[in-house]
Design a protein. Structure first.
Length: 116
């Protein structure tokens, strides 16, 4: 899968407001907030996301978001290479995504924006 593009690092939080205050105190700019369960900060070349259990694909772990043109093919390639699919490809409100592990148990999400 040569089109995988690391675009997001997602961190777990149990207190979104406290986490937002922390990153804002470091001078980071919030790009987006979804209620009390998700916020995204401008991290330069990547987005730094904070998520509670409501939105975090693997709560308690750092998860990398990899953008791809074909989520289904990427998930199949990951599994064929010795990784594992935690949640098969599905559509949420904004994107098609799959939650997967690499061959060492590190979690990540492969995703592609849905057509508007």
């Amino acid at each position: 899968m040569s089109d995988l593009d690391a675009r997001m690092i997602m961190l777990s939080t149990d207190d979104l407001d406290a986490s937002i205050a922390f990153y804002e105190s470091l001078g980071m700019t919030m790009k987006f907030r979804d209620g009390g369960h998700f916020a995204a900060f401008d991290g330069g070349s990547v987005t730094l996301a904070l998520a509670t259990r409501v939105d975090h694909p693997i709560p308690g772990q750092v998860v990398v978001g990899l953008k791809t043109a074909d989520v289904d093919a990427a998930a199949a390639a990951i599994e064929a290479a010795g990784g594992a699919i935690l949640r098969a490809p599905y559509d949420d409100a904004h994107e098609r995504r799959a939650v997967v592990y690499d061959n060492q148990g590190n979690g990540f999400v492969v995703y592609s924006p849905l057509p508007r």
